[in-house]
Design a protein around this ligand. Structure first.
Ligand SMILES: Nc1ncnc2c1ncn2[C@@H]1O[C@H](COP(=O)(O)OP(=O)(O)OP(=O)(O)O)[C@@H](O)[C@H]1O
Length: 237
């Protein structure tokens, strides 16, 4: 399948420091790719650069109709809005500022809420939702745009196992129909679920299907850990 997201030689500077250097990677249609790396490796920066939200110091990006799910804590949950209002807010550019949403917009919102199994809660204030439900609201907000590729920034942080499982199943289905790039710290889940792991630490250290990433050196380089790392042992590398 042809790529829905492509970065070629991308360099990004933030606050005078190089956050990403010469990053070349892509995600194909139908693919579920994971973006892995330690804190500060540049995962969020890479997603934001791919979305065209950051100026590039070098290189170029192309992306087809993206949907973005930011980290849950970046969203103002105490804002007095219902579940369906939050999902609709993802369509603001399409509706036009200060214009009233049309039937097609509400249909897209309700379809997206159906998809994440939150249709019953659509008039509930978002402040009353659990962490797992809030994460699904953000996914619905991105899905309402009918994206070709979904960019997820650490969607599992702070979620219990049942919530993670519901979301993993949903992301896997979405990836097959569209494409998904997910930044995550859950290495074991990514290795089990994703088609390809992209290891970054300011630049791409390795990108391959999980079964092909057996070289411990590569993981040590990406995560700056020693050969005795418990996490790498648990991963079986
Ligand atoms: N607005 C900013 N100004 C200056 N530096 C920034 C800014 N945002 C991020 N950085 C720096 O850029 C680097 C990459 O940050 P980024 O948030 O992309 O990493 P990450 O891999 O997503 O980290 P985490 O796993 O902790 O979420 C870090 O060194 C960070 O301190």
């Amino acid at each position: 399948m042809s790529p829905v997201l492509e970065l070629s030689g991308v360099t990004v500077r933030l606050g005078g420091r190089v956050a990403l250097e010469d990053v070349t990677m892509s995600v194909a249609g139908g693919e579920f790719a994971a973006l892995l790396g330690p804190n500060g490796a540049g995962k969020t920066t890479l997603l934001r650069a791919a979305l065209g939200l950051l100026p590039l110091a070098g290189g170029r990006t192309t992306i087809t109709n993206p949907g973005y799910v930011p980290q849950r804590h970046e969203f103002a949950w105490d804002f007095p809005a219902s579940v369906q209002d939050v999902v609709l807010s993802g369509l603001v550019r399409r509706i036009g500022l200060f214009r009233r949403p049309r039937v097609a917009h509400w249909t897209a919102v309700w379809d997206a809420l159906d998809r994440v199994r939150l249709a019953d809660l659509r008039t509930r204030p978002v402040g009353e939702l659990s962490g797992g439900q809030r994460q699904r609201v953000l996914v619905a907000r991105a899905l309402a745009l009918d994206p070709a590729v979904l960019l997820l920034d650490e969607p599992f942080t702070g979620l219990d196992m049942p919530s993670q499982e519901v979301l993993t199943e949903l992301f896997t289905t979405i990836a097959r129909e569209r494409a998904v790039l997910m930044a995550t710290h859950d290495l074991a889940a990514a290795a089990y679920t994703c088609d390809r792991l992209i290891l970054i630490n300011r630049t791409v250290v390795a990108a391959a299907p999980p079964g092909d990433l057996r070289d411990r050196e590569v993981w040590m380089r990406a995560f700056q850990v020693g050969a005795e790392s418990h996490l790498l042992k648990a991963l079986g590398v």
